[in-house]
Design a protein around this ligand. Structure first.
Ligand SMILES: [Zn+2]
Length: 246
């Protein structure tokens, strides 16, 4: 697969033609989300990696991880926002239903921020479920309650990590109950206690626990890097992956 060779018709599963054109225009999208030269190509490479991870996981039933930036879960059908330009998890979920033969696809988002874009894009679509546990109040201010095919676990700032993990366990249990053919994990590591942009309390071993839960669930799953802004990010990702792989 050519790294940034995702055809527009795949991107249009989740995004409007106007949004794809806007990504090429050299103007900032919002104060968090600047224009950079070639940002559309970088975002397309993130999508390409997510599609490859989903395809690999679905075919092999082995863990697959897309270690790419920019992240995607805040991007809506028509807008870049919150460091996100294209919503690779939403695109991969819709492509899995259309192209991989996956009938039921669930998104499990453990990033500290609500996946407003993923939720909005997949809202009301058949065979799809979105589960998110996230800081609230917090950016982007959505995800306060369940709606249609989205389930949300808002968690107050500075919640003790045991309670945060209880919410994450409940969100994964909802994914398991859906009996998905494929799970796409929006793996954000910004609920870490020393992340500079959130007020959450998870420690390295908690991310290892999330990986262990995935392994023990026997879910067919592919994960995509979302947020995570601490200099400890590599350690957090490694803890998650090592535990998931067993
Ligand atoms: Zn985040």
């Amino acid at each position: 697969m050519v790294a940034d060779g995702v055809p527009d018709e795949i991107l249009r599963l989740a995004h409007t033609p106007e949004h794809l054109a806007r990504l090429e225009m050299p103007r900032d999208f919002d104060p968090d989300t600047p224009y950079f030269p070639d940002i559309a190509r970088h975002a397309r490479r993130s999508v390409s990696a997510a599609l490859a991870a989903a395809s690999h996981a679905h075919a092999s039933r082995e863990p697959a991880f897309a270690l790419m930036r920019p992240p995607g879960h805040h991007a809506t059908a028509g807008s870049a926002m919150g460091f996100c330009y294209l919503n690779q998890v939403a695109i991969a979920a819709l492509a899995a239903r259309r192209d991989l033969g996956a009938r039921r696809v669930a998104v499990w988002d453990f990033d500290a921020h609500h996946c407003n874009g993923t939720e909005a894009i997949l809202k009301g679509r058949e065979g799809l479920l979105v589960c998110s546990a996230h800081q609230s109040p917090g950016y982007p201010g959505t995800g306060l309650r369940d709606s249609g095919n989205s389930r949300n676990w808002p968690i107050p700032p500075n919640t003790p990590r045991g309670l945060h993990m209880d919410a994450l366990r409940a969100s994964l249990d909802a994914v398991v109950s859906f009996r998905p053919d494929l799970v796409l994990v929006s793996a954000g590591f910004d609920a870490y206690a020393r992340d500079p942009i959130t007020e959450m309390t998870l420690e390295t071993e908690d991310f290892a626990t999330l990986g262990r839960w995935l392994r023990e669930s026997n879910l067919t799953a592919a994960a995509v890097l979302e947020g995570g802004y601490s200099t400890d990010l590599p350690t957090l990702v490694e803890a998650f992956l090592a535990s998931w792989a067993g």
